[in-house]
Write a protein that binds this ligand. Structure first.
Ligand code: E4P
Length: 217
């Protein structure tokens, strides 16, 4: 499963790029606005930090304007993925951009039918929002499982990008449910490596080594 960072903060991405674990980045209008950045400059900067897919979202709501914005974003770098909302206009724009060789991420997916339409529109990625479904008492990870099932059953190539991640459990649940990628807030990315038994075990190994009078290898 690919791991993406879900942030528009370039310094936060840069600080994690050298882990070799970050396969891509997702942004959205809220994240770009929160970062106080110019979208074109910030997306170009992020694309220089991470060579994998970097999602940049349109803000137009009508297909022809979405296509124009998508072409502008795609021209910023080879690894830009144009993010489009899961509306009929977004799906029309997805088909047009896909047919022009531009990678797409259809976002704000909350149902099996929406995921089916995104795949039929030729989306490179579809982004089901797990956390926002859980927030209102629905089963976000269950939706990932269901989409995995229909995509495999019908041979759709669209990749499932689990989004709106709220916890480390959402990340492991996405992997178990067959998501192709998971986009993760930086604090949750940092927590993935943590386990108290790892810390205790390492402390004991190093103490035993030092107690035996041994040094660096
Ligand atoms: C991903 O593409 C989305 O921008 C993001 O995961 C949304 O997460 P939120 O529900 O925490 O805003």
């Amino acid at each position: 499963m690919m791991i993406f960072l879900d942030t528009a903060e370039a310094d936060v991405i840069a600080a994690r790029a050298d882990t070799g674990l970050v396969d891509g980045v997702t942004t959205n209008p809220s994240l770009i606005a929160k970062a106080g950045a110019d979208i074109k400059e910030r997306i170009a900067d992020i694309c220089g930090l991470i060579p994998g897919p970097v999602s940049a979202e349109v803000v137009a709501t009508e297909a022809s304007a979405m296509i124009a914005e998508g072409q502008t974003l795609a021209a910023l770098a080879d690894n830009v993925v144009v993010k489009l909302p899961l509306t009929m206009e977004g799906l029309k724009a997805c088909r047009a951009l896909t047919d022009n060789g531009i990678a797409t991420n259809v976002t704000l997916c909350f149902s099996i039918n929406q995921a089916l339409l995104a795949a039929k529109a030729g989306a490179t990625f579809v982004s089901p929002f797990i956390g926002r479904l859980d927030d209102r008492g629905e089963d976000g990870l269950g939706l990932i499982e269901d989409i995995r099932h229909i995509y495999d059953e019908h041979g759709f190539a669209t990749r499932i990008l689990a989004a709106s991640i709220r916890s480390v459990e959402h990340v492991e649940g996405s992997a178990m449910a067959g998501a192709d990628a998971c986009t993760i807030p930086p604090n949750i990315f940092d927590a993935l490596v943590q386990h108290e038994l790892t810390d205790k075990g390492l402390e004991a190994f190093l103490k035993d080594w030092a107690d035996a009078g041994k040094g660096a290898i």
